[in-house]
Design a protein around this ligand. Structure first.
Ligand code: ADP
Ligand code: ZN
Length: 604
């Protein structure tokens, strides 16, 4: 039966239309062209190779570095009625032989393999005896040493081009920066591939950044708006992960810790629960997240500054892959800058690398302190020219108030200068405020002309000024990581009065009323579920959990939140109506249609 890309999209995946460049990519690869696809997380990369694999003769071979992820993708494909399998070290020898037999018999539409497996002489010769529809190289940035996830095996994948020159190859990544892209092209011999570069904007993510006053309380208040939601809370240290996870669990949330200090079994179990159950909050260090393919992560919270804009983008990008609203929320303080500088200084990297790391941190700091649209700055970091205001970040929704801080900035800079550029912000603030102490006298700093010239402002106000001067590049922390401050080239213009300085007013967030906490648990409020819809929403989710348990797959493999939400709104009363709900393909309709209709029809 001849099919078109659209037929497959409708009948297998249950979607009505392609998104962005998907259709062009699918057509290009189906016709045998090579492609390099750069698309943000959640953009819909998988369909770009899955549909051509179904349309072309033979088996689509998908190279993926992540064993855990393979199984979920294969489960999801099987649920949709596709003959898919995977081959990696987690399978028994017998199961592996069985998959190989299916491959040789031409029974598979798609086969996922780890790169080290693919590259064995044995497997390559198996491939030579079968018809290969295409090679899809997922997470293609793994070939890049510059990128954040280098895997040496990926380099060897150029062999595919040599051994199977007739088979189209499609490489995909969500890593945007141009340098990584160049390296992918070169290393995978994709010079002739067509490049499909999408915007890296994630319009459904709302960005918010605030100052840390009382991290625990601020986090609790934030999570009030995310009851029943799955989310990730990132912390810098293992200790903070453990403490935060314990505090959330104590407050009655399904919160689990994840960091490299936990044993492998605990880590795997926690990750599994996060993936498979609804509404688990993972409290983690950056060790967590690579290859987390969960579509319904509704928030990503940072209790400390990430290392760089790339890191921030990757981490926040794990929210809202399903296109439904998600929140990226971060709080930070002046101490983060000192801690991060120390971490960079004490790392074993070469000096050149440390310099780059410091620059990256400075960019992130400028983002955090920005008064402009956050989306503009975030995308600018990836060379993308986005013109805000986006209307969907804190600065757009509520433009920060600024004040003329020229004189305090001059005082601060000259206090740094006069004390010899050898002290951290704490001591310099004491000089400004005229705080007498033994140390002050010993150092002779009570005799400086700047001693006491800032007594009109309190410690908190001064910290705000120093933090923002650092972020604006008017001060810099020392490279050695002692937290001492120095002037920069830009400081001079401020000191001589050529450059006015405006800073944002630090506002303390209003404490939310505690009343809501005692009220009935409201799930899905972040998706805009109305109170009258709540019973049906909960019933649909309960059915989904139950089916997921029965089938041994994550809940989202049954149906995504987006699909449940579409059911909730469309209220289909028969199979035809259900079939037209986005995300309901033929196989799933047959398998689950009746159960879901029963739940919907039971509610009036
Ligand atoms: P990526 O790999 O780019 O992060 P996925 O391929 O996992 O993204 O797709 C993200 C989500 O978008 C998935 O839930 C997927 O089912 C959904 N999706 C992809 N393409 C479409 C489409 N054309 N219409 C509706 N949903 C889609
Ligand atoms: Zn904005």
């Amino acid at each position: 039966m001849p099919s078109t890309p659209l037929d497959i999209l409708n009948s297998i995946f249950g979607y009505t239309s392609f998104r962005g460049p998907q259709q062009a990519i699918v057509e290009h690869v189906t016709e045998g062209g090579d492609a390099l696809v750069l698309m943000p997380t959640g953009g819909g990369k998988s369909l770009c190779f899955q549909i051509p694999a179904l349309l072309r003769q033979g088996t689509g071979i998908v190279v993926s570095p992540l064993i855990a992820l393979m199984q979920d993708q294969v489960d999801a494909l099987r649920e949709a009625g596709v003959a898919a399998a995977y081959l990696n070290s987690s399978l028994s020898a017998e199961a592996q032989r069985n998959v190989e037999r299916q491959l040789l018999a031409g029974e598979l539409n798609m086969l996922y393999v780890a790169p080290e497996r693919l590259l064995t002489a044995r497997f390559l010769s198996l491939l030579e005896q079968t018809e290969v529809a295409l090679f899809a190289i997922d997470e293609a940035h793994c070939v890049s040493q510059w990128g954040h996830d280098f895997r040496p095996e990926y380099r060897e994948l150029a062999v595919l081009h040599q051994r199977f020159s007739q088979v189209p190859r499609i490489a995909l990544t969500a890593t945007a920066d141009p340098r990584t892209r160049e390296e992918i092209v070169e290393r995978l011999a994709l010079q002739d591939a067509r490049q499909f570069v999408s915007s890296f904007d994630r319009p459904n993510i709302r960005y918010r950044v605030g100052l840390r006053h009382n991290a625990r309380r601020q986090l609790m208040d934030f999570l009030e708006g995310h009851r029943g939601d799955a989310g990730i809370v990132y912390c810098l240290s293992r200790k903070k992960v453990d403490e935060t996870a314990a505090a959330l669990a104590e407050a009655g949330m399904e919160a689990l810790p994840y960091h490299a200090g936990l044993d492998a079994a605990t880590r795997a179990a926690n990750q599994q629960r996060f993936l498979r159950e609804d509404g688990v909050v993972m409290v983690a260090t950056v060790a967590f997240g690579m290859g987390i393919d969960k579509p319904d992560v509704r928030f990503v919270a940072h209790l400390d500054l990430p290392r760089s804009m790339e890191g921030y983008y990757q981490e926040t990008g794990r929210g809202g892959r399903d296109g439904l609203p998600a929140e990226a929320w971060m709080i930070y303080g002046l101490s983060d800058v000192v801690t991060m500088s120390q971490m960079i200084a004490q790392s074993e990297s070469a000096d050149e690398r440390k310099r780059i790391e410091r620059q990256k941190l400075e960019l992130l700091l400028a983002y955090a302190e920005a008064t402009r649209c956050r989306r503009e700055l975030l995308l600018a970091a990836f060379g993308e020219n986005y013109h805000g205001p986006c209307g969907h970040c804190d600065n757009c929704v509520e433009p920060p108030k600024t004040w003329d801080a020229t004189v305090p900035a001059q005082k601060a800079l000259s206090a740094v200068y006069r004390s010899g550029q050898r002290f951290g912000s704490g001591h310099v603030i004491d000089i400004l405020r005229g705080i007498d102490s033994e140390r002050m006298t010993q150092l002779g700093h009570d005799r400086l002309t700047t001693f006491g010239i800032g007594a009109d402002m309190d410690d908190k106000q001064w910290r705000s000024v120093f933090r923002q001067l650092l972020a604006a590049g008017l001060l810099e922390a020392d490279a050695e990581g002692f937290g001492t401050l120095r002037l920069t080239k830009a400081s001079r213009d401020v000191l001589v009065g050529n450059q006015p300085v405006r800073l944002r007013e630090d506002v303390r967030p209003e404490r939310r009323s505690r009343r809501r906490r005692d009220s009935q648990i409201v799930t899905g409020s972040s998706l805009g579920i109305e109170a009258y819809e709540q019973p049906l929403w909960d019933a649909l989710r309960a059915l989904r959990s139950q089916l997921a348990k029965q089938h041994g797959v994550p809940a989202y493999v049954i149906f995504h939140d987006a699909t449940l939400l579409a059911m909730l709104r469309a209220l289909p009363s028969n199979e035809d109506e259900l079939a037209s709900v986005s995300g309901v393909g033929e196989a799933k309709l047959k398998r689950y249609g009746r159960d879901f209709l029963a739940v919907i029809n039971a509610q009036e």
